[in-house]
Design a protein around this ligand. Structure first.
Ligand SMILES: *[C@@H]1O[C@H](CO)[C@@H](O)[C@H](O)[C@H]1NC(C)=O
Ligand SMILES: *[C@@H]1O[C@H](CO)[C@@H](O)[C@H](O)[C@H]1NC(C)=O
Ligand SMILES: *[C@@H]1O[C@H](CO)[C@@H](O)[C@H](O)[C@H]1NC(C)=O
Ligand SMILES: *[C@@H]1O[C@H](CO)[C@@H](O)[C@H](O)[C@H]1NC(C)=O
Ligand SMILES: *[C@@H]1O[C@H](CO)[C@@H](O)[C@H](O)[C@H]1NC(C)=O
Length: 472
């Protein structure tokens, strides 16, 4: 277990705030919190990189590959590095490769170059160089921070020559502890100002308390599925607490899980919108007045509900509660430059960020829930690779720690400030009890939405929201 080291270097990545985004989901937020007003911790650790937050829909870090700086989406759900453009000072391997995500893939040539990331220098790192295009803008890319078994590049190169960047960082210096941490900022948060950061082998000094949180073992996928190993843990039984304080029941679809009341949850910073089984999402959003399930261009199938509707939700892991900030439970589409929405009765509408799965997980899913950025903003997260580090001598089991950083009272007051103009009307907009007669009415909604959805579906299939970056 590494101790947080003394601050000895101000490692501050210069962030270009106005660069274009390389995903179709484009944010329009001006990131007004700026560098100066940011909380101090994340700029001051040697092994850290500042993240740049694009409208809460993607988080980027700068990385030097060869002789240039690239802006990469930080993705805990994949394991390879790719960049779009011509990388100066790089060496071809003569090999081509594809990296597959849930809804798309990228293909290019495997090259090697020296890489600098999080204060670490790695010699001859293998990566994929791809042709720039509409979705993959020159100078951008993805940095996968997931387990090495998910790497496509390493499979295409001779053993021991294609390891992931994190793996190389961990193994080239035996004093670098095998973990990284992630902190994601919130754009429109009136009371906290930071964009976020990634650290490797170090813990942010302001959040050292994370080292005292329960060590949650990473659950292993079955051997035949090891390329699909994600950073995943078990949710507590009755671990999804709704606004009314009552747990939403969930049964796992993961065959090898012993306690069927424990869902397997993947932490994946490549998803803007957390992915849940539809029945759970119905319970979270479907029981408020004027809420409705719809296909929304740019998002896919989501709940749409009044922006003034506060939604409270808490998740429980290892007996600890992790409350969600209500500003993370619903999202105003205009905040990411998509068209404004209205509810059926004409109120300004937001989308429910917890979304029914937008892709199929297959017949034998290895997880039940994907917690993306909306959740990850509520915790400081710590991912210890342990024996997942290839070539490392450690036999430690991999584990994850989460420190809740959402203060309920403050979060509620933020919501009242941002969405309700300072007047707390949340008491008049409570969750409708399940026995309510409105359920029949809702079924009609679903049927109508289903028909509409089928019509719209073909148009939006190509549009993959941020799961464009997913491999499943
Ligand atoms: C927002 O959308 C408008 C209209 O489509 C477009 O002209 C503008 O460039 C977009 N802004 C950003 C930051 O994507
Ligand atoms: C790799 O892809 C490039 C461009 O498509 C092609 O010219 C080249 O022949 C490919 N190389 C191999 C080894 O497949
Ligand atoms: C991993 O171990 C193999 C076999 O011992 C060795 O050839 C290779 O160079 C090692 N790779 C790294 C990155 O240390
Ligand atoms: C190895 O890591 C330790 C701790 O992060 C650092 O103090 C040391 O300088 C590193 N050694 C090399 C050769 O990079
Ligand atoms: C959400 O929780 C806060 C307390 O943290 C409470 O004041 C508010 O009324 C709740 N909102 C709803 C819709 O239940």
């Amino acid at each position: 277990m590494a101790q947080p080291s003394l601050v000895f270097l101000l490692f501050l990545v210069c962030i270009d705030l106005i660069q274009a985004y390389h995903f179709k989901f484009r944010g329009s937020h001006d990131i007004s919190s700026g560098l100066a007003s940011r909380a101090n911790a994340e700029t001051q650790i040697a092994g850290s990189v500042m993240l740049s937050n694009k409208g809460d829909v993607s988080y980027y870090a700068d990385i030097v590959v060869g002789a240039q700086t690239f802006t990469v989406l930080v993705d805990t759900g994949s394991s390879d590095l790719w960049v779009a453009g011509t990388v100066l000072k790089s060496t071809p391997t003569g090999q081509n490769a594809s990296i597959k995500y849930a809804a798309n893939s990228v293909t290019g040539s495997i090259k090697r170059a020296n890489v600098q990331f999080a204060g670490q220098q790695v010699i001859d790192q293998a990566f994929l160089e791809i042709q720039p295009g509409d979705n993959n803008l020159e100078g951008h890319g993805i940095l996968g921070l997931g387990p090495a078994s998910g790497s496509f590049i390493s499979k295409d190169l001779p053993l021991g020559t294609g390891e992931t960047l994190l793996n190389r960082i961990f193994t080239q210096n035996s004093s670098t502890a095998n973990f990284f941490t992630l902190l994601l900022g919130r754009n429109n948060d009136p009371s906290t100002f930071f964009e976020g950061s990634v650290t490797v082998g170090e813990v942010l000094s302001d959040y050292k308390a994370i080292l005292g949180e329960p060590r949650m073992p990473v659950t292993s996928v079955v051997e035949s599925d090891h390329v699909d190993q994600h950073l995943q843990v078990l949710l507590d039984p009755n671990g999804i607490i709704n606004s009314d304080g009552i747990p939403i029941p969930i049964k796992t679809a993961v065959e090898q899980t012993v306690n069927k009341d424990q869902a397997t949850v993947v932490f994946d910073s490549g998803f803007t919108l957390p992915q849940f089984p539809r029945a759970i999402v119905d319970q979270i959003y479907g029981r408020y007045a004027e809420s409705e399930y719809r296909e929304v261009p740019g998002f896919g199938g989501v709940y749409v509900l009044p922006c003034e509707q506060e939604v409270n939700l808490t998740l429980k892991f290892f007996g600890k509660s992790y409350p969600m900030h209500p500003l993370d439970m619903t999202m105003d589409p205009t905040s990411v430059n998509l068209s404004a929405l209205e509810t059926a009765d004409g109120q300004n509408a937001c989308i429910g960020t917890f979304q029914p799965f937008t892709y199929t997980r297959g017949n034998f899913p290895s997880y039940d829930i994907v917690l993306g950025m909306s959740f990850l903003r509520n915790v400081y997260s710590f991912f210890n690779f342990g024996k997942y580090t290839q070539n490392s001598t450690t036999i430690e089991e991999p584990y994850i720690q989460l420190l809740s950083i959402t203060d309920l009272a403050e979060a509620h007051s933020d919501f009242v400030t941002i969405r309700l103009g300072g007047i707390d009307t949340t008491a008049s907009r409570k969750l409708i009890p399940t026995t309510s007669s409105s359920s029949k009415h809702r079924t009609t909604y679903y049927i109508v939405a289903g028909v509409l959805g089928a019509l719209v579906l073909s148009a939006i299939v190509a549009f993959t929201v941020l799961r464009s970056a997913r491999r499943r």
